[in-house]
Write a protein that binds this ligand. Structure first.
Ligand code: URA
Length: 216
């Protein structure tokens, strides 16, 4: 198993202070992964268990991995941000009472920057043969704001990626080396846009093919 050193996790937590986020999921996985998966941020279930992709989105992701003959143990799963970004809202209980509760939200640019050294470390040390970004947040973290998942999903892109060269900076630098990135939709996207299911399926079939090509 490969994981991030405690000292770097402490740096990430410190950089995130003052933001509306909860908990921390460490991320770990195969030290020689067939794929490195970059998600968005953990949700409630991941924070409760400390395991990435264990909730509803995780179940969808496991089905996609299974469809190409892979399991959780073959890959390394990580996310752009390791803590759960939340916002306050209200919920109506069965008896009609209104209660305050937290909801998941997408991470902000400043939160992505706060945890950038963690993802950079994983990519640098694992040197993955294939990086699959799940959704817009992970894709744009690595390839910049102009990258659109709707335009390039399922494609194999060979390019330098963004990393935070100096922890004090608020802008990214490009790596000198190129990586193979395959963008696809976030596994949760099919819950609010069921028409994406077929695209997600097709993307994963292509990813399966790319895995075969890179390991042969
Ligand atoms: N979405 C992510 O990006 N990561 C998780 O662990 C769960 C949902």
């Amino acid at each position: 198993m490969f994981t991030i050193p405690d000292e770097l996790i402490a740096v990430g937590k410190k950089r995130m202070e003052g933001h509306a986020v909860q908990g921390f999921v460490r991320s770990y996985g195969n030290p020689q992964p067939k794929l490195l998966l970059v998600g968005e941020a953990p949700g409630e279930n991941e924070i409760a268990t400390g395991i990435p992709f264990i909730g509803r989105a995780g179940t969808e992701l496991m089905k996609s991995l299974e469809s190409i003959g892979l399991t959780r143990d073959d890959v390394y799963m990580t996310s752009t941000v390791r803590s759960r970004p939340y916002k306050w809202g209200t919920k109506k209980e069965r008896d009609g009472t209104i209660v305050k509760r937290t909801y998941n939200r997408a991470p902000k640019t400043s939160e992505i920057l706060a945890h950038a050294p963690l993802l950079d470390y994983e990519i640098h040390y694992l040197q993955p043969l294939l990086v699959v970004t799940l959704g817009t947040i992970g894709l744009q973290r690595l390839l910049g704001k102009s990258a659109k998942v709707t335009e390039i999903h399922g494609q194999k892109i060979y390019r330098p990626i963004q990393y935070l060269h100096n922890f004090e900076d608020s802008h990214y630098t490009l790596t000198s080396k190129s990586f193979v990135i395959v963008p696809t939709f976030h596994p949760a996207s099919v819950f609010y846009r069921p028409s994406l299911r077929e695209h997600v399926f097709q993307d994963w079939q292509k990813i399966g093919q790319y895995v075969k090509e890179t390991s042969s």
